[in-house]
Design a protein around this ligand. Structure first.
Ligand code: ADP
Ligand code: MG
Length: 408
């Protein structure tokens, strides 16, 4: 008899029996302990560990509110999307995504690999720690997951089935509002603007109609360009890392959208780490220059390695006859790179003035230094958006960063 035929919200102690019932992961009679490790308000994350061998596993369960009829569908569907995207991404980019062992649609749980000995990348970077293969691994993840799920490679009917499977209207709406609308007009009065830059934001963001037009074009691209199965929230809080390895997880915003969305998100979030180091470390601190140089190198290499891997996968796997027409590969890449720069700009701006800010910047205590960092990011973000068709290589990002930083 299946003991778990009806949903209930588990406590840590319940998960020990549950895990034994559901997966064949621990030895018979293992001495297991369980604790809740999550910090979210909708999902509960539990870790079950064999005290003797140290082996462990993660259970992520959607929270109690999901039992309320209407919300139930939404949350169950989010779990389904997350589990199935992790599985697909894991097959396309092995080792970079935690393994999913089981998705249980009754208990609304994902049972997955424990990302042992890794930490969230945002605090990792705020402690000026580095990982040498960041650009290499991230570009592999991006190229493999994005290009392999696009019409370049896939059978067009099968791809359309995936477009349907991964329709994610509620989470897309959040991005449409928080990334593509409110940072430019504060229409819902929930932007968080640091008071010392209030006038700057009024002038540079809320009053710039030329900018608004370009953002509108990007917003309609986000909503209508069902190009690839994107992660949808690839910031440094969706990465677990140490000095030897990294994982990308939490793809609950995944849907069929523009490839540049994921690539641009990574670029913007890496630069926040640069701003943090630039503002909080003394010039005499020997960690400062190496860390900043590492960040810039990762941004540059990420773009260049993505281009290299795009070309390789394209040549090896292109399936569509018309996509083999000379010149199309280069044309298509140029649209991806323009989207990338546009999104790098949007993510830069929304994390400074929007509703969801980043601690890399908000933790800068010196007011003048924080204001300078915010102005740099906004100015750079505008440049990425307005000049997006001219960002064609990693060096173009380095040049833009240097140019803007020197203005302030
Ligand atoms: P939510 O979607 O509720 O934000 P996350 O997937 O971001 O949940 O997980 C919340 C926290 O739980 C993470 O920040 C991490 O600390 C921990 N966590 C989640 N999944 C794992 C995992 N597979 N291995 C280790 N820790 C995890
Ligand atoms: Mg999350």
């Amino acid at each position: 008899m299946n003991k778990y035929e009806n949903y209930f919200l588990m406590k840590a102690e319940d998960t020990i029996d549950y895990i034994k019932e559901k997966v064949d992961f621990f030895e018979e009679g293992a001495n297991l302990e369980a604790k809740e490790i999550g910090d979210g308000n909708l999902n509960y994350v539990f870790k079950v560990k064999d005290v003797d061998s140290g082996k462990s596993i993660i259970i992520k369960q959607a929270g109690e509110v999901t039992r309320i009829s209407e919300d139930m569908k939404l949350s169950v569907d989010r779990g389904r999307i997350e589990a199935s995207v992790l599985t697909l991404q894991g097959s396309l980019a092995p080792g970079i995504v935690p393994k999913v062992y089981l998705y249980d649609d009754i208990m609304c749980t994902i049972i997955m690999e424990d990302m042992v000995d890794h930490e969230m990348m945002r605090p990792f970077l705020m402690n000026f720690k580095t990982y040498e293969n960041f650009a290499e691994d991230t570009s592999t993840f991006l190229a493999n997951t994005l290009i392999s799920t696009s019409d370049i490679v896939m059978n067009h009917k099968e791809k359309k089935e995936l477009v349907r499977d991964y329709i994610n209207p509620d989470l897309c709406e959040i991005s449409e509002d928080l990334v593509y609308t409110e940072p430019f007009n504060d229409m819902n009065n929930r932007n968080n603007v640091f008071p010392p830059i209030k006038d700057f934001v009024e002038k540079e963001l809320y009053s710039d109609e030329k900018l608004h037009l370009e953002v509108a074009k990007l917003k309609f691209d986000f909503m209508n360009n069902a190009q690839s199965l994107i992660h949808g929230d690839l910031h440094t809080g969706s990465v677990f890392i140490n000095k030897e390895h990294m994982y990308i997880f939490d793809p609950e915003f995944a849907f069929y959208g523009p490839m540049g969305y994921d690539i641009g998100n990574v670029i913007a979030n890496m630069f926040f780490a640069w701003c943090h180091a630039d503002a909080v470390l003394e010039d005499t601190d020997e960690r400062k220059e190496p860390f900043k140089t590492w960040v810039i190198t990762q941004i540059k290499d990420l773009v260049d390695l993505f281009i290299e891997k795009y070309n390789k996968i394209y040549d090896e796997k292109v399936n569509d006859e018309m996509a083999k027409v000379p010149g199309f590969k280069e044309y298509y890449l140029s649209t991806i790179l323009a989207d990338t720069a546009g999104v790098a700009g949007l993510e830069s701006i929304r994390r400074i003035v929007g509703m969801a800010n980043v601690i890399d910047i908000t933790s800068i205590e010196d007011e003048a230094k924080r204001a300078r960092a915010e102005k740099i990011v906004i100015t750079l973000g505008k440049k990425y958006i307005l000049d997006r068709h001219n960002f064609k290589s990693g060096q173009d990002y380095v040049d833009a960063i240097n140019e803007v930083v020197n203005q302030f």
